[in-house]
Design a protein around this ligand. Structure first.
Ligand code: LMR
Length: 329
């Protein structure tokens, strides 16, 4: 489709830098599905700049936002086959690689941003990345976005029973599917870049996402109601084609790791700030009706959605569930 494939073409783009005298540049194509002005979009841009500076222009990261290159249906395969070198899908989209990834989707698994950080940077994150190495994927980092909220066109959502009978767009995750089953609602896995269109057409009533995604994709034009449910977290696995990674020199790998660590640290704080700022913007500049669950409401949601945990614990496995319990306590 794009007139290229395979790793070699990517790695050796003719390059003639008069200052450094270099004849070739390593090009890393980084595809993602969200807007540039989001925690992921901006972290990707920052990472690209850092790599270019730290490598003195020997490595160039070209970022393709908004599913320009691949939609989320195709990007994992594109990564594994070397059509792109980097992607950063939400962790919810990796449950198809291994069931352990489902742990991150469990409702109310994390009660704070700090708890998510502990999971990503601790034994949960390590185990998840170890698990996908054999599938030609090198996990470089986890990036943050935020907790998911529910939106709908159909009326204010306060109690779990309020979503009964509605149709929700979901990411392709068995856990999220089950969540809506428990809520007696229907769910449809739809790629992110087609969600707005489906909301507009009314083929779905609602969806769940972070505030930054809801705001940057202007869902407030097609969704009148949002409830701050914070019922699960949406973050990203930043992944590189492993064969490509292994083909890089240790020096370049170190540069990439260093740039990634800096971009990740920045993304952590920025994701929190941006979701807060976007919530204010939604409140002040749009006609969306926003309901924040009271502690009593939240307890009702937690109790209702416990069934999802019970259902998936055996699939996810005791080791992973135990790691999660350690974070919670
Ligand atoms: C979604 O599909 O809703 C998200 O994964 C989009 C994203 O990458 O933040």
């Amino acid at each position: 489709l794009f007139g290229f494939s395979g790793l070699h073409f990517m790695k050796e783009v003719p390059f003639d830098d008069e200052q450094t005298g270099m004849k070739e540049q390593i090009v890393i194509r980084f595809s993602h599905v969200v807007s540039e002005n989001t925690p992921k979009g901006l972290a990707a841009g920052r990472f690209a700049d850092l790599v270019q500076k730290k490598s003195n222009n020997r490595v160039k990261v070209v970022v393709f936002p908004n599913a320009e290159l691949f939609s989320d249906e195709g990007e994992l395969n594109a990564l594994q086959t070397g059509q792109v070198q980097m992607i950063a899908p939400s962790t919810s989209k990796l449950g198809t690689l291994s069931p352990e990834w489902l742990v991150l989707d469990l409702p109310y698994a994390f009660s704070s941003n700090e708890a998510v950080k502990e999971a990503y940077e601790g034994e949960i994150g390590q185990a998840l990345f170890a698990d996908i190495k054999k599938q030609n994927i090198e996990g470089l980092a986890f990036w943050y976005n935020g907790f998911k909220q529910m939106t709908t066109a159909k009326g204010s959502i306060i109690h779990p029973t309020d979503v009964k009978g509605q149709v929700f767009r979901i990411m392709p995750s068995k856990v999220i599917e089950k969540q809506y089953e428990v809520l007696e609602a229907a769910s449809r896995p739809i790629p992110f870049d087609q969600t707005y269109h489906n909301l507009e057409k009314g083929t779905i009533d609602g969806e769940e996402n972070t505030i930054s995604n809801i705001y940057s994709k202007k869902y407030y034009h097609v969704q009148k109601y949002m409830t701050i449910t914070n019922h699960a977290y949406l973050g990203y696995a930043v992944l590189m084609n492993r064969e490509f990674w292994n083909g890089l020199s240790i020096e370049i790998q170190d540069i990439i790791r260093e740039a990634m660590a800096e971009a990740t640290e920045w993304n952590w704080q920025y994701s929190i700030d941006m979701n807060e700022a976007n919530l204010q913007q939604l409140k002040e500049n749009t006609s969306m009706q926003i309901y924040e669950l009271t502690p009593e409401d939240e307890l009702e949601w937690r109790n209702t959605l416990k069934r999802v945990d019970l259902h998936f614990a055996p699939t996810i496995g005791e080791k992973m569930m135990e790691s999660l319990r350690k974070i919670k306590s």
